[in-house]
Design a protein around this ligand. Structure first.
Ligand SMILES: [Zn+2]
Length: 388
């Protein structure tokens, strides 16, 4: 029996997901690795991390059936994301002075390597923040599709396999049709690995040509251990976060970084300003909020949603069922005179809509001002007595 630590050495960037890793390794052991593989699942479950680790495994020149060697020149290049036979495509925006039509993914390859090497768990909006394009809409354009076909038509540099990892095919839109032939009949020794977070948004003509691997939630133990190691929190707190986020590393990370005194205070301050409907303070708050990077805006709203959901659980199921820590619980009590179950549900639905609009590049200041006024009206409405 090969020790577990050796078994997962190549996949050490992946949190948990042993079943998926075993499945992928078994493809290669049986020489049945599909030429078109789609890894599908929420961003916080590790699709990209799995795709990259598997690509490194496929390219290793000295691998055994459970792990790559980690030492051959191929492994060393893969490890730094500079292997000439490992290509990446991902959504981008216009690069510098280039026209958008002339821009392709490789223009941003240095930024891509940096964010991936830092940790291959990030969302689409975190990527746009990273390339300072949070106000824009990224996509994978026709130029990039042509570039992909060109790259993959070349012979392999190292004489082995060629791999393309395409992150977020949902941003190909109709351009995906330009890749149909390539997906149908990839050049000899070529593997296409698409990593999607929204499989349902893809054209059926595309998905039907792929072998699809669905990524489940990260198992509780693996995620809890990863959170303890990264954030130095108690195991019980980490376990609580694993459960609350249903095995999603990114959401858990948001809650760890969100669950500090400043954030909960910021949310309570916002709800109070909404309630008081003080225009000057509201303007000030929305202006500040508008200055945050988009990812931080989403984190703050997502944390507010978590707090509201917990409030709803507390009201319906009692204090034993909630995942709030003591500090959050105490702070939330301060809202008891204005917040009720109905109101919490209504506000949660407004915030859900806001998050969707922010993702779609709405004007954040106008959006938050309008939402704050609506939330204020909800809070001021005469209502039943709160349970807290
Ligand atoms: Zn190797």
């Amino acid at each position: 029996m090969i020790p577990f630590v050796l078994y997962c050495a190549m996949f050490s960037n992946v949190i948990g997901q042993q079943k998926i890793i075993t499945q992928l390794l078994s493809f290669e052991q049986q020489s049945k690795t599909p030429h078109a593989l789609m890894i599908s699942g929420q961003s916080g479950r590790g699709g990209l991390a799995i795709a990259i680790s598997f690509a490194q495994y496929l390219l290793c020149t000295n691998k055994n059936e459970r792990t790559s060697c980690g030492e051959c020149s191929s492994c060393q290049k893969s490890h730094q994301l500079i292997h000439p036979d490992l290509h990446f495509s991902f959504p981008v925006v216009k690069y510098g002075k280039k026209k958008r039509d002339a821009t392709f993914s490789d223009d941003f390859i240095k930024d891509w390597r940096k964010i991936v090497l830092d940790r291959p768990y990030f969302s689409y909006s975190a990527w746009l923040d990273h390339i300072e394009a949070s106000e824009k809409q990224g996509d994978i354009n026709v130029t990039e599709c042509n570039e992909i076909s060109k790259k993959l038509a070349l012979k392999s540099f190292a004489g082995g396999k060629k791999i393309l990892i395409l992150w977020l095919p949902e941003y190909l839109g109709q351009n995906a049709n330009r890749l149909l032939k390539l997906i149908e009949e990839p050049p000899e020794g070529t593997h296409l690995i698409f990593v999607t977070q929204q499989e349902e948004a893809l054209l059926k003509t595309i998905t039907s040509r792929f072998q699809i691997i669905k990524i489940p939630p990260i198992d509780e133990k693996a995620l809890s251990e990863a959170l303890v190691a990264e954030f130095e929190i108690d195991y019980d707190d980490a376990k609580r976060l694993s459960q609350v986020t249903e095995g999603n590393y990114l959401e858990a990370k948001t809650l760890v970084s969100g669950a500090n005194e400043d954030t909960i205070d910021l949310i309570i301050k916002w709800l109070r300003i909404c309630y008081q409907q003080n225009s000057a303070q509201l303007l000030d708050w929305t202006e500040n909020f508008g200055n945050y990077p988009k990812e931080q805006q989403k984190q703050l709203l997502s944390y507010t949603l978590f707090i509201l959901r917990e409030f709803i659980k507390l009201t319906c199921l009692g204090s034993e069922q909630i995942s709030l820590n003591k500090q959050e619980f105490e702070k939330l009590k301060g809202l008891a005179n204005v917040l009720t179950l109905d109101k919490a549900e209504e506000i949660a639905s407004i915030i859900n809509e806001s998050m969707y609009s922010i993702q779609r590049n709405a004007n954040v200041r106008i959006l938050m001002m309008a939402d704050s006024l609506t939330i204020g009206r909800v809070l001021r409405r005469k209502n039943e007595v709160s349970i807290i």
